[in-house]
Design a protein around this ligand. Structure first.
Ligand code: M6R
Length: 618
């Protein structure tokens, strides 16, 4: 949550900060601000609202300068307004700080600083950092930042400038991400790579507890003990176009349409000569063989991928699997030990709850394997082994391609585990063949939805009209069974997070135990009724809903008999594939339906209210 950026070099810093922040806006967007060093002056501009508000303000009265820091906020302490927006400054307006994270002991520090005469102006936890650095300042900004951050409890990534030290930006991190971009005669700090990618592909991932001292030509990193660290930059292989909309109206739509390519790349890279290959996995097959059970820990969409993984691992690798929300796992007394493989799944690799769960699992002696999208992220680095999904940057807050990439990796991992445990290789080969067909099938399916007047968009506008005609009174239920039950949860999550319509997912068999009481003409019920062992049971569920006046959108396999009967209100076909791989196809219309509903309502699809892309606070 919150995006930070820092720059020192020869270019107009205002432009660089604003362009960097526009690529970090997915992390938070309730206010934004910059601090720029201009001829011995420290100039601050901050505005409530999206970055566009600040951008307009700066257009009217620009600030010159070649060094500065910037911030885009997702409020934790203090409502979004101009005063609570970052940067925060010390009492003499000499030091400006941007912060991502939460300072847990800010009240205690604030009291101490107030006693010493420091006056606070905001309701944030972050302001305390500016005053604390001022308190520690003895003429060297980097030394002051190191001294101050030692006193902080909680999580932070900060970028700091001092009025009297032109051309210098200091950064520090603990449990919130921060990277350094190494340029030619210029250097950058940022929460994430897209913010600097237009200018450099060389980045250094700062480790926990490190401080970095930047000028236009130098980059000096210190560890928590003050020791200088030597670090080689990593060269980023993807380019900025991947972090741009490239003609799509929204990032979410672009990312949905990228899924065939993402899946194709994963299968191409991982399936070699009929075998699954995970080169970078630091956990040996012998170690995997000893595993007695798997615990999958994740949040949100990644958690749904994990739930699907349970079906796969149990059915094909015959290992018992528990799936837990990271936020629950970390506060239970979880039963994991050296015979447990804990799989943590996270697109960003920075989700605070998942990171804490990972640490908890390691402390209890479990081996931890991460499935991550963001290279060099905290979760990737702290795990014993990591499998990257290489899905490219996911910018929209609603996760789509990261989910299908996580599913793809879980399929492959299932069969990797199955073979490590000596289970039926022939069956695996057939399965891998089916999997390899999926990218093409998803592409064909998506082609049907390229035109704006497509069928799903029509269903969505129908819903919009229906909703308005009923005085905003309607909602969605999503029903699935077996391996498509997690997709029912995922479809509901997608819809509610971007269109604010109440939506719940259930295993269809649970309907009669309560949720069926909701059925009248109000809710729209999405039923996943593709070819499956439980297909007939799903048909009965559909009948039960129809008998009670419910409105059904059925997702069926191509050529399904329901199509002929024509009794359903709405019907969506997906290619007919074996049940086990069907989640990869079923989720696509679910994502698109959510997208089109949000579009019909005219909502801000990529930046839904109250959310942020990576949740780096508890
Ligand atoms: O980066 P992570 O995969 O760890 O994020 C987990 C959740 O915060 C994330 O999936 C969230 O639920 C998305 N907004 C869902 O679309």
């Amino acid at each position: 949550m919150c995006g930070i950026i820092g720059y020192t070099g020869k270019k107009n810093v205002e432009e660089i900060l604003i362009s960097g922040l526009s690529r970090l806006e997915y992390r938070g967007y309730d206010s934004a601000g910059v601090a720029i060093l201009d001829n011995g002056e420290l100039r601050i501009r901050k505005k409530q609202g999206k970055l566009a508000v600040l951008r307009e303000d700066l257009k009217k009265s620009p600030i010159k300068g070649t060094t500065g820091v910037g911030h885009t906020r997702w409020a934790t302490h203090g409502v979004p307004n101009d005063t609570n927006a970052h940067p925060h400054v010390d009492h003499k307006t000499q030091i400006a700080v941007v912060h991502n994270g939460i300072i847990e002991n800010y009240q205690e520090l604030k009291k101490k600083l107030q006693k010493a005469g420091y006056e606070f102006s905001s309701d944030t936890d972050s302001e305390v950092i500016a005053h604390l650095i001022a308190e520690c300042y003895k003429g060297d900004l980097c030394a002051a930042v190191r001294a101050a951050t030692k006193q902080l409890k909680g999580s932070f990534a900060i970028a700091v400038v001092h009025k009297g030290e032109s051309g210098r930006v200091v950064g520090a991190r603990r449990d919130s991400p921060l990277i350094v971009g190494i340029g030619e005669g210029e250097n950058f700090l940022a929460s994430d790579i897209p913010a600097v990618l237009e200018y450099t592909k060389k980045v250094i991932y700062l480790d926990n507890g490190e401080t970095v001292d930047l000028t236009d030509k130098t980059c000096v990193i210190y560890n928590g003990k003050g020791k200088r660290m030597k670090r080689k930059p990593t060269v980023i292989k993807w380019d900025i176009s991947q972090a741009e909309k490239t003609g799509y109206k929204h990032f979410m739509l672009k990312e949905i349409f990228e899924q065939p390519e993402v899946l194709r790349n994963i299968f191409k890279e991982r399936i070699k000569k009929g075998r699954v290959n995970f080169e970078e996995l630091k956990i040996s097959k012998a170690q995997l063989k000893k595993i007695k059970r798997i615990v999958i820990v994740a949040c949100g969409t990644a958690y749904h991928a994990g739930m699907t993984g349970k079906y796969m691992f149990e059915k094909y690798a015959r290992i018992p699997v528990w799936v837990d929300n990271s936020s629950e796992f970390r506060y239970r007394d979880p039963l994991v030990d050296k015979n447990t493989l804990v799989i943590v799944i996270s697109q960003s690799g920075e989700t605070a709850d998942t990171l804490a769960a990972l640490r908890e699992a390691k402390e209890r002696g479990a081996k931890v394997l991460a499935i991550c999208n963001v290279l060099g992220s905290s979760i990737a680095r702290e795990s014993d082994g990591v499998i990257y999904t290489h899905a490219g940057p996911e910018i929209a807050v609603a996760s789509t391609k990261a989910y299908t990439a996580q599913l793809a990796v879980l399929y492959l991992l299932t069969f990797y585990m199955a073979s490590a445990r000596g289970l039926k290789a022939a069956r695996n080969k057939q399965f891998l063949k089916e999997l390899k067909k999926v990218p093409h099938l998803t592409e064909k399916l998506l082609d049907e939805y390229r035109s704006r007047g497509n069928r799903l968009a029509k269903y969505a506008t129908d819903f919009h009209e229906y909703y308005l005609a009923r005085n905003n009174k309607s909602c969605f239920l999503y029903l699935g069974r077996n391996i498509n039950y997690p997709n029912a949860l995922e479809g509901a999550l997608k819809l509610k997070e971007i269109s604010y319509i109440s939506a719940e997912g259930y295993p269809a068999g649970e309907m009669k135990h309560g949720p069926i009481a909701l059925i009248d003409e109000n809710p729209w019920v999405v039923c996943i009724a593709v070819e499956a062992d439980t297909y007939d049971k799903m048909l009965s569920n559909i009948q039960e809903i129809k008998a009670r006046g419910g409105l059904v959108i059925a997702i069926v396999s191509q050529g399904d008999k329901l199509l002929k009967k024509g009794k359903l209100d709405y019907i969506i076909e997906v290619p007919r594939v074996p049940e086990v791989v069907s989640p990869l196809l079923v989720v696509i219309p679910l994502q698109l339906l959510a997208y089109y509903v949000a579009e019909a309502f005219g909502y801000d699809i990529d930046q839904p209210r109250n959310l942020a892309k990576s949740v780096t606070v508890e």
